[in-house]
Design a protein around this ligand. Structure first.
Ligand code: PGA
Length: 256
């Protein structure tokens, strides 16, 4: 992967398919005013909005991602979403193991691991989320928890030359809180994750095929502080990506 910073918008289950199209169009217009666009932009709408948003962003330098996928490519799995079908719709990325899925859908590290393998097998770039809860942090287990989540998500995962991977450090307790962690603290977590990745893969693979990004209450006012850190390759943005104006303001921080 190139050295370009990446900004991933996670719209979660906030927008209907129709509203997703309106926002995608507004974002395209706003980003068109930023020249040159320094960061790589990825939009992750609801599953039901993917095909519409894919058509809207066709021809733009904006990537498409899903917010989850199943671990089998097809078959008798009622209600699941196939990584292969996501690829067919134009997705290049898939968020996996987001803390909201771990909490609300009971997703386990083992399931995240299966999904990571399936995503790679279907030429999707997994965006694996890892982060500690407030209690884990208070107990002094932050680095251990992050390392464990990342290594479990990657158990048995091999990167072929064409594969890419993104790890998102997302402290669970700051998501949606309006208060991000200090950029220096995120950078420390990124160094912890980087060591796990080097132990699992190789320095060359980590430098060439993997990005480590930060997520959790990133806003236009603090995005620049994260994007400027050498160990932070980008940001995963929830709330501030739901409005074209604030998202474009945030994207501009990558140009500074
Ligand atoms: P937030 O969400 O930016 O609204 O905190 C980030 C995320 O959950 O990825």
């Amino acid at each position: 992967m190139d050295k370009q910073k990446i900004i991933i918008a996670n719209w979660k289950m906030n927008l209907s398919p129709a509203d997703s199209l309106i926002l995608a169009e507004a974002i395209i217009a706003k980003l068109g005013e930023i020249k040159p666009l320094q960061a790589r932009i990825v939009l992750c709408p609801d599953f039901l909005a993917l095909s519409g948003v894919a058509k809207k962003i066709a021809g733009q330098s904006i990537g498409l991602g899903a917010q989850d996928c199943f671990w089998e490519p097809s078959g008798a799995y009622t209600g699941e979403v196939s990584p292969q079908f996501l690829r067919e719709l134009g997705c290049a990325y898939v968020i996996l193991g987001h803390s909201e899925r771990r909490q609300d859908a009971g997703e386990t590290d083992e399931q995240v691991n299966l999904k990571v393998k399936a995503a790679l097998a279907n030429s999707l770039i997994p965006v694996i989320c890892a982060g500690e809860t407030f209690e884990e942090r208070q107990e002094g287990n932050k680095d251990f928890i992050i390392s464990q989540q990342v290594s479990r998500a990657l158990a048995g995962v091999k990167l072929l030359d064409q594969d890419n991977l993104i790890i998102a450090y997302e402290p669970v307790w700051v998501i949606g809180s309006g208060q991000a962690v200090a950029p220096e603290e995120a950078e420390h977590a990124h160094r912890v994750i980087r060591q796990v990745l080097i132990d699992h893969f190789s320095l060359a693979a980590v430098n060439g095929q993997i990005k480590i990004i930060y997520g959790g209450s990133v806003k236009p006012t603090n995005a620049g502080n994260f994007l400027i850190q050498p160990a932070i390759d980008g940001i995963l943005v929830g709330g501030a990506s739901l409005e074209a104006e604030s998202f474009a303001e945030l994207v501009k921080q990558a140009n500074l």
